[in-house]
Design a protein around this ligand. Structure first.
Ligand code: GLN
Length: 273
């Protein structure tokens, strides 16, 4: 095992303001069994004090406007931005959580939505349409494969799901160009120069999963389709991971188990540096 040994406990929070937080906590517990030598505490997070005890955080699916409104009322928005963008602790957003972690989101009324940011991407909210247009798809997720192998496809559930429609230039500040676009909101900049470990550079955005073939059926606003690449439904940028679908609504704990492994690796690397 890693240098920290069995005595280390990692506290993993699940933002519990609205949405599928309970399902995430259950699946995290199952996923922890894949890491028998590591101890985890799972915590529902509703206050800044609880957030401060966390090593990593999951932001669940639900309704991103509602989650951001409640977070604002609970004075959690700034602590969340600090957690993700300054402390750069491992954070995973699913569906509404992905929207909140994007630096830019379109199809959003001005003032209708606050973003946390952390992922230099623009998401298109509700890309796949309404609740009744929910669907499931088998995804080939390379990061779930054992070395040299191929993973069993992951049955992903999409409910009013966003997609990552554009990867933006990695920036440490606000995506000002994005703010000029109609119906687009951006996350406010965070002075990452302050309090951040300079050895942790802003990483590039990696595409970790796509849905093949959907883009042809759902033509983009600007008229382009991207049949080759498919629609981007899983991305990672340094400490931040986002999926448009809902692994927490399946019984398949593989993504949760993988992510917990990434959390442990990140925290161990930071402690030993
Ligand atoms: N599109 C929804 C939103 O804007 C997210 C849907 C979901 O999390 N299932 O928040």
């Amino acid at each position: 095992m890693g240098s920290l040994g069995i005595s280390t406990t990692f506290t993993v929070g699940v933002l519990a303001l609205q949405g599928a937080f309970n399902e995430h906590t259950q699946l995290l517990r199952s996923a922890a069994k894949f890491h028998p030598a590591t101890q985890f505490t799972f915590l529902e997070v509703r206050t800044a004090a609880q957030l401060a005890t966390c090593d990593a955080l999951v932001i669940p699916g639900g309704e991103s406007t509602t989650i951001s409104l409640i977070a604002e009322r609970c004075n959690l928005l700034e602590p969340l931005r600090e957690f993700v963008k300054v402390q750069r602790k491992p954070t995973w957003g699913t569906c509404a959580g992905l929207i909140l972690l994007a630096e830019s989101a379109n199809r959003t009324k001005a003032g209708g939505q606050e973003l946390i940011g952390g992922l230099d991407v623009r998401v298109n909210r509700n890309h796949f349409g309404r609740q009744t247009e929910s669907f499931q798809a088998d995804l080939d997720l390379g990061f779930l494969a054992a070395e040299g192998g191929k993973a069993v496809p992951f049955r992903a559930i999409f409910i009013r799901a966003p997609i990552v429609e554009t990867l933006l230039k990695a920036s440490d500040g606000a995506q000002e160009d994005e703010a000029q676009k109609p119906e687009t909101v951006i996350a406010p900049s965070k002075d990452v120069a302050e309090g951040i470990d300079p050895s942790i550079k802003r990483a590039p955005v990696e595409v970790l999963g796509t849905v093949p073939g959907r883009s042809a059926a759902t033509k983009r606003q600007d008229g382009t389709t991207d049949n080759e690449a498919g629609d981007i439904v899983a991305v990672r940028q340094g400490n931040v991971f986002g999926t448009s679908f809902h692994p927490e609504l399946t019984g398949d704990a593989r993504i949760h188990a993988w992510w917990l492994g990434e959390v442990v690796k990140t925290m161990e690397a930071r402690k030993s540096s």
